[in-house]
Design a protein around this ligand. Structure first.
Ligand code: KIV
Ligand code: ZN
Length: 510
């Protein structure tokens, strides 16, 4: 394989993706996602922004030392102490990478209040500093696509001379169209001395819905690294979706003859896992990993599909790791069958964890006739909620609702090992439950989002509930699943509060 036909996949789910308000992941969740990304074959994992917090630093350094194949990268501003901290975090990894950036467009230049010449000096000094620490340095002119062409060329030339081996061209505000995305890379390759010695990367945001098209166009213009996130997670409308570029390069290899090393059969599992831990559900009609991406409901489509799958399918469900039938088990299924099914779904559980999930699986199978893959995934994801070491736990909940009202919730919470009871009236059962929780555990956090999804079809389906809360600029998302929507709502709310308490502890002055 030559340099010309290989495209590097740089995943930034744990950095740019996690930057999306409310998508905060726990330390263990980050480690788990990084492990899945490595196993799937991404080339570079951007694991976080080490200077941003102790938590980010710890996550990046642990991911760097645990990752077997991928390069692990950390982000840093064009500031020496950021770069030093970043190096401290990544240096234990295989082929670690420092990624440093500065905003070069007129809009972004105003922020550090540097003249154009002063910024050139800053780029030279900070990239040289990073290069003295680490042989693998990536540099990004933030908002490159709105930077004046001549100036962009000067900045890129400076970074290359100072030792950057990857030049990333971010479309920070998602403004660019595909033809421009290709042209900008082509222009840099033609005009900048030394450009043929480095790899150009493309980093697109989806504000106008063009992130995937822009990333692929940049490849045709000469870029050889795509920066992307699972499910397109990211601030505002998100980033280029990894699953979309990987599958587009595979399915349309006839016109885009480039290869990635990503094992596409792992896409579905990682997509589900990222949706769960980030609290950002995948829209049903999302390309590749949406629930409807392979569903053929209209009569004409079904008829065509029965005659020949390629009538309407340009890829097979198995290509992304979707099994043909996902009806799994019922109450007579045993522990070995559960273990093997969970393994297929990407979960290799230890004996104790399996024991616990098995008990909960049996309880679910008693309530629900058919247990599907998605039910099992919801069950495993719910593992961590109402855990024994949480400060706030639900002991019992009873709700009265119906046409006569008033809707009433009688709730018993264990808070710091003490039992507290309250009965609240609300505008509907969920409102009553939330009011009871607020009365038992008074707090100032604002509810930003309350979302319910049915995991499968049928009135006995489990509901997954996401509750997003904000306190002093810190956003957390709590989640839970249950066949009883009101119970799932209570558990999700309490899960969010427990996460907030952890965040408070982390941010408390020592
Ligand atoms: O969108 C952007 O410009 C970024 C940079 C920090 C690379 O995420
Ligand atoms: Zn970005």
């Amino acid at each position: 394989m030559t340099k010309q036909d290989r495209v590097l996949i740089f995943d930034t789910t744990l950095r740019d993706g996690e930057q999306s308000p409310g998508a905060t992941m726990s330390h263990n969740e980050k480690l788990e996602i990084a492990g899945m990304l490595d196993e799937m074959g991404v080339d570079i994992i951007e694991a976080g922004f080490p200077i941003a917090s102790e938590g980010d630093f710890k996550a990046v350094s642990e991911i760097a030392s645990n990752t077997k194949n991928a390069q692990v990268c950390g982000l840093s501003r064009a500031i020496y102490k950021d770069i030093d901290r970043c190096w401290e975090a990544v240096k234990g990894g295989v082929n670690p990478r420092i990624h440093t950036f500065i905003g070069t467009s007129p809009q972004h230049r105003a922020i550090p209040n540097l003249s154009m010449d002063e910024m050139i000096d800053r780029i030279h000094d900070t990239v040289s500093h990073a290069r003295n620490l680490c042989p693998n340095v990536q540099w990004s002119p933030m908002d490159a696509t709105r930077t004046e062409e001549d100036y962009l060329c000067r900045t890129v030339e400076t970074a290359i001379k100072a030792g950057a081996s990857t030049i990333n061209i971010p479309d920070t505000v998602g403004y660019t169209a595909p033809s421009e995305s290709a042209d900008i890379i082509r222009m840099l390759l033609e005009r900048v001395p030394g450009a043929d010695q480095v790899i150009f990367a493309t980093h697109c945001h989806n504000d106008l819905g063009m992130a995937t098209a822009n990333a692929l166009a940049a490849i045709t213009g000469g870029a050889r690294q795509i920066e992307c996130t699972i499910n397109g997670l990211g601030e505002r409308a998100g980033n280029t979706a990894l699953e979309e570029v990987v599958m587009a390069l595979r399915v349309r290899n006839d016109i885009m003859p480039f290869k990635t090393m990503v094992d596409s059969t792992k896409l579905m599992n990682i997509s589900r896992r990222v949706a769960t831990v980030s609290g950002f559900q995948v829209q049903y009609n999302k390309a590749i990993v949406g629930k409807n991406a392979f569903a053929h409901e209209s009569g004409i489509h079904q008829d065509g599909m029965l005659k020949s799958a390629d009538t309407f399918e340009i890829m097979r469900p198995e290509d992304i790791g979707l099994s043909e039938t996902n009806l799994v088990m019922g109450k007579h299924s045993g522990r070995a069958a559960l273990r093997s099914k969970l393994k297929d779904l990407g979960y290799d559980l230890g004996d104790n964890q399996l024991k616990d999930v098995f008990v909960r699986f049996k309880a679910l199978a008693d309530r629900k006739k058919e247990v599907y893959d998605d039910d099992l995934l919801a069950l495993v994801s719910d593992e961590g909620t109402n855990a024994a070491n949480d400060t706030i736990q639900i002991k019992s909940l009873e709700v009265i609702c119906g046409t006569e009202g008033p809707q009433t919730a009688s709730l018993v919470l264990i808070i710091d090992k003490d039992e507290h009871k309250h009965k609240a009236i609300g505008d509907g059962p969920v409102d009553a439950v939330f009011k009871a929780i607020q009365a038992l555990f008074p707090h100032q956090a604002q509810l930003q989002l309350y979302q319910v999804h049915a995991v499968t079809e049928g009135t006995d389906a489990q509901a997954t509930v996401s509750v997003r809360m904000e306190e002093n600029g810190k956003i957390v998302t709590g989640q839970s699943a249950d066949t009883d929507t009101v119970v799932a709502s209570a558990k999700a709310y309490v899960n969010a509060l427990n996460k907030l308490l952890v965040r408070r502890e982390k941010n408390a002055p020592t």
